[in-house]
Ligand binder design. Structure first.
Ligand code: FRU
Length: 496
């Protein structure tokens, strides 16, 4: 097998060559979803950052574009966001030609004589729908000499107050700014010291309003990525639910109490979903927000066994806010556009699972591009173990332990693992929050990644793996006792 055959994903974005990390500047305009990304075109490890670029009409099939933003005298181009400036509030649009796309990113400049960076915020604008950008002449728009980590501006339009709001990561807190024109920014407030996870530096925030499913209520959501300090080690994205009054973000009281009792508010409990933020100008009719993350982890991202390129993005997901007796919780699920790629299908009901029961093999469905839905009713006191395996005896185990009420992924024997001792040293765990007696899930498989959406997206786990030959069999194992798999639907996904 070539590296391309074995490891290049079928339906997750990867750059054709070289190093990629965070998604940046995502916006929707005129039929296209844009995805920019942290990109080092000259190497397969992290280095001087550019903004790479890709476009898609459905967030599934991506076409890579020329590099959009290059380093300049203010520094390399770290993470940030982009907005569609419909009213030309910035004045950066060429009147009668185009609505400007305005990118706000971190300029990061290495300081002479020490290991620190000067990080400031800069603006670039596009009058050709995001293809090419011109740097604003008075950069930086937010200068900084004091704060070491000061980056990843995410700008959103505050419809209630008619102004732009920026959230910015500043080490152990988020700083909020306001602006009328995307160029002059005033500091409003700070959030986060002593709150939530602090096992590492705070990065890539995102503040936005989200309706509560089935109500007229809306709450504000704050994403904060953290590295390290994730629930299963390394990098991960936590979130907070609260209110924003135009100046200050305040956690919801019930949410705060629950968070203090147990911090299990993570976008994804798997080890490979980081730095995710939402698309601008792409709110769904139901109010849901669209997002994706970088499908890797700073613990080992620069060592994974691909040479030509490094890293993929997660599948695009729709994020919604649910409220029940346990309080507020985000749910996320793959975007519905993925279903347009369904091809061959396998469907079965009432399968008796004992020992190791084969569900499907590579003859009937290509397990390297697969979407699976399953449902198990009346959960038993047992462990439900799904197993992907190949002829080399390599296996990826995942599932649910209904005694400990924990989901798990075990990639210890999944294939190549020794490139980093942090890759497969532990089993990834996620406590189940739903108390439903039925367990349902969606599983996405794409050669080197698994994305698990349990309980309608209440618990999500994303991980990567590198088998030496493709997985050819999916089976389910019952250790303590037989059980019934009520139904399973497996769709092969077709891509050209
Ligand atoms: C997150 C991050 C950001 C930064 C970028 C640099 O992964 O560290 O905070 O802007 O990557 O590439």
């Amino acid at each position: 097998y070539s590296e391309e055959d074995l490891y290049r994903p079928n339906f997750h974005f990867t750059p054709k060559k070289a190093w990629m990390n965070d998604p940046n500047g995502m916006f929707y305009y005129n039929g296209y979803y844009h995805l920019y990304f942290q990109y080092h075109p000259d190497s397969n490890v992290w280095g001087p950052m550019h903004w790479g670029h890709a476009i898609s009409t459905d967030m599934i099939s991506w076409t890579e574009q020329p590099i959009a933003i290059y380093p300049d005298e203010l520094g390399t181009i770290f993470s940030g966001s982009a907005v569609v400036d419909i009213s030309n509030s910035s004045g950066l649009g060429e009147v009668s030609k185009a609505i400007p796309i305005v990118a706000i990113y971190t300029s990061s400049k290495k300081l002479e004589g020490n290991d620190n960076w000067k990080q400031t915020q800069s603006v670039a604008f596009s009058n050709d729908e995001g293809k090419t950008f011109t740097k604003y002449e008075n950069n930086p728009v937010i200068d900084n000499d004091k704060i070491k980590d000061f980056r990843d501006p995410k700008v959103t339009w505050d419809d209630d107050r008619n102004k732009w709001i920026m959230s910015l990561a500043a080490g152990d807190k988020i700083m909020f700014y306001e602006s009328k024109n995307l160029k002059d920014w005033n500091l409003l407030s700070e959030f986060g010291q002593g709150i939530g996870g602090h096992g590492g530096v705070w990065e890539c925030p995102d503040l936005f309003k989200l309706p509560v499913i089935g109500t007229n209520e809306s709450k504000w959501v704050l994403f904060v990525s953290i590295n390290p300090g994730g629930p299963n080690g390394g990098s991960a994205t936590q979130y907070f639910i609260g209110d924003f009054d135009g100046t200050t973000f305040t956690m919801d009281k019930q949410f705060e109490t629950a968070l203090n009792e147990k911090h299990d508010y993570w976008i994804d409990f798997g080890r490979d979903n980081y730095a995710g933020v939402t698309w601008s100008n792409a709110t769904r009719k139901n109010g849901g927000k669209l997002m994706l993350g970088w499908m890797s982890n700073w613990d080992y991202a620069q060592k994974v066994p691909t040479e030509n390129w490094r890293s993929a993005m997660t599948i695009a997901r729709e994020v919604q806010l649910q409220k029940n007796e346990n309080g507020y919780r985000l749910i996320s699920n793959p975007v519905k556009e993925l279903a347009n790629y369904r091809g061959r299908k396998y469907k079965k009901e009432n399968i008796v699972i004992k020992d190791d029961t084969k569900i499907i093999d590579a003859e009937s469905i290509d397990l390297a591009k697969t979407e699976i839905q399953f449902n198990i009713s009346n959960l038993e006191e047992t462990t439900y173990t799904f197993k992907l395996s190949n002829h080399n005896g390599e296996e990826l185990l995942f599932g649910y332990d209904n005694i400990k009420k924990e989901f798990f992924i075990n990639r210890k024997k999944s294939g190549k693992t020794s490139f980093s001792e942090k890759f497969a040293n532990k089993i990834t765990l996620a406590g189940r929050t739903s108390t439903n007696d039925n367990l349902s899930g969606t599983i996405l498989l794409d050669k080197t990644s698994i994305e698990l959406f349990y309980d309608n997206g209440e618990t999500v786990m994303t991980e990567i793996f590198f088998p030496n030959t493709p997985y050819t069999k999916l089976s389910i194992e019952s250790k303590n006792q037989e059980f019934i798999l009520d139904n399973i639907e497996v769709h092969e996904l077709n891509f050209n």
